[in-house]
Design a protein around this ligand. Structure first.
Ligand SMILES: [Zn+2]
Length: 164
């Protein structure tokens, strides 16, 4: 009996190891997506002049969440505070901020203000939730003339100065 069972046990162990490794790889890739950029071996622009770099988000290589969270961690409240956001080869995220008196309207990075508006008011600035483009709107679901993203979601832009 024992010798007959052995191959089954071996098979079960091998299967478990394979499944375990697969899960580990998946988890690793999800958690450390920036490693993909590291493989490219060069710094990657994520934010330029207060807006997300369009090519990167269109390639689908970038998820907002990772970089939003990194910017929040560095005390940034909205994209209008950021002149350059760069993912370094070593995985660090470098920020160059606008001087206080040059802070502009930008896409909020914190969850509460990062919400799609349902109505717009004239003379208010709104930020495209996909690319960070800031514009005046006449209706809540206008097409963004920068990214042309189908979601047509806009958040109310803010222009608070960074607290240093
Ligand atoms: Zn846009």
């Amino acid at each position: 009996m024992f010798t007959e069972d052995l191959p089954i046990i071996q098979a079960v162990i091998i299967m478990s190891v394979v499944i375990g490794l697969y899960r580990l790889c998946t988890w690793f890739m999800m958690k450390y997506q920036p490693f993909e950029y590291l493989l490219e071996g060069k710094p990657v622009y994520i934010v330029e002049n207060g807006r997300l770099v369009l090519e990167k988000i269109k390639e689908g290589k970038m998820s907002h969440d990772e970089f939003f969270s990194e910017m929040r961690r560095q005390g940034v409240e909205h994209l209008g505070q950021v002149r350059i956001g760069l993912l370094e080869v070593n995985g660090n995220f470098s920020l160059v901020l606008y001087p206080l008196d040059d802070t502009r309207y930008g896409l909020p990075l914190f969850p509460k203000p990062y919400q799609a508006v349902q109505q717009v008011q004239p003379d208010y600035h709104y930020a495209c939730m996909y690319c960070g483009n800031v514009a005046y709107l006449t209706q809540a679901h206008e097409l963004c003339n920068r990214c042309h993203n189908k979601s047509r979601r806009w958040a109310k832009a803010i222009n608070n100065e960074i607290v240093t």
